[in-house]
Design a protein. Structure first.
Length: 394
């Protein structure tokens, strides 16, 4: 009887070993030393030029914090998004390269945990709408409205776009602390679907804008990766489309117009209170809201600049207007979660079943032991609270 290892070609074995090594952030020199072989031998193995021996394989698996079975399961999906990002101009910059590597490794971790737990990843890609000749902004507005209708949102505000992407569309969304210049990253691979990363250092409403922008890329040109840089100009048709799609998705023209008329009824001028309430309703920044009003002709061009020149619209003013509701506008909401909700749940389940050790999980999720312990302790508390509750499936 042949083993899974014997059924794989040397090239596929080498590729899986390379991905496992890069995921574990181990250099070729360190891996070769751990496996008691020359670095040139490891290079030949990763290139498929030499078949690996079982004792070498066992030592490499231990060095990479995984198992031989995990490496060579027949159904295992190999995730490698990095070549896509390397083709992008400017992707060699340290911050961008690190962010692309982290997105790739977290996507690999999620796929590995799904495989380990026997979970099938839900996929519900939105209809694709290639960018057509003509007015790209008008097309983006229409496409955003169609995606809203397809999702059953109608004109209602999007309360939590990250949960919508993750739970309704099956997008793999990660929120990590990145270089401040980077707002987000997007990549799509047929085998794993859409993957996004948002900068956890940014405010909640700004992350929502980034997520909607990347959704625009998923709809229009999902095969092309993207790195969204803070303040980057909308120079290409693709970027203008994504930016307009984000505005149309989060602040639909008809919904904004209706709510604007309701909130400003009886008033002869736009006030800070109006802006604060409208921004809160649609879950966008105050600047994004005012600029959207300008774009739709609901207020004069330059209105935001006028507010800025006259003291701006501050967080303190928002707290005074919104009261307890202002707490959800906090910059820190969601930024201290060590992993996405889905990834965290799978990791804690793998730990509970003793499928992976604490050290293996820490390396897989790129967490230190303290953060990982907080994650599994939280799971343990939930399990204790659930004692006596109904068992799933009964």
């Amino acid at each position: 009887m042949t083993t899974p290892l014997e059924q794989l070609s040397p090239a596929e074995i080498g590729e899986r070993l390379r991905i496992a090594r890069e995921t574990a952030q181990v250099t070729q020199a360190a891996a070769a030393e751990a496996a008691d072989m020359a670095r040139t031998t490891l290079v030949a193995i990763e290139k498929g030029q030499r078949r690996i021996r079982i004792n070498e394989l066992q030592r490499l698996a231990q060095c990479y914090g995984t198992s031989v079975n995990a490496l060579f399961r027949q159904e295992a999906i190999q995730v490698d998004l990095l070549p896509k990002f390397r083709r992008l101009p400017g992707s060699g910059e340290a911050g961008v390269a690190d962010a692309a590597r982290l997105l790739t490794e977290l996507a690999r971790a999620e796929v590995e945990l799904e495989d380990l737990l026997g979970i099938q990843h839900p996929r519900n890609d939105p209809p694709r709408r290639p960018i057509l000749p003509g007015d790209v902004r008008a097309q983006a507005e229409q496409d955003a409205l169609e995606v809203r209708q397809w999702l059953g949102l109608g004109l209602a505000p999007v309360g939590d776009i990250v949960s919508l992407l993750e739970l309704q569309l099956g997008v793999r969304v990660f929120s990590c602390k990145l270089d401040p210049r980077i707002s987000g990253l997007f990549a799509y691979e047929d085998s794993v679907g859409a993957c996004m990363m948002l900068n956890a250092n940014h405010r909640r409403e700004r992350r929502a804008q980034t997520a909607a922008h990347e959704l625009g890329h998923l709809v229009s040109m999902r095969g092309e990766p993207e790195v969204l840089l803070d303040g980057s100009p909308e120079q290409t048709r693709e970027e203008r489309y994504a930016a307009a799609f984000a505005r149309g998705f989060l602040t639909p023209m008809r919904a904004v117009t209706q709510k604007f008329q309701e909130i400003t009824a009886g008033s002869s001028r736009l006030t800070r209170r109006h802006v604060i309430v409208l921004a809160h309703v649609f879950g966008v920044s105050r600047e994004a809201l005012v600029r959207r009003l300008e774009e739709l002709g609901l207020t004069r061009p330059g209105t935001w600049d006028w507010f800025q020149a006259h003291g701006g619209i501050t967080d303190q003013q928002a707290r005074e207007v919104l009261g307890d509701l202002a707490s959800i506008e906090s910059a820190g909401v969601g930024t201290d979660r060590p992993a996405s909700l889905r990834l965290g749940l799978m990791a804690t389940e793998a730990w509970r079943r003793e499928l992976l050790s604490e050290g293996q999980l820490a390396r897989l999720l790129h967490l230190d032991r303290v953060a990982l312990r907080a994650l599994v302790d939280g799971f343990a508390e939930e399990q204790a609270e659930a004692d006596g509750a109904l068992v799933l499936g009964n």
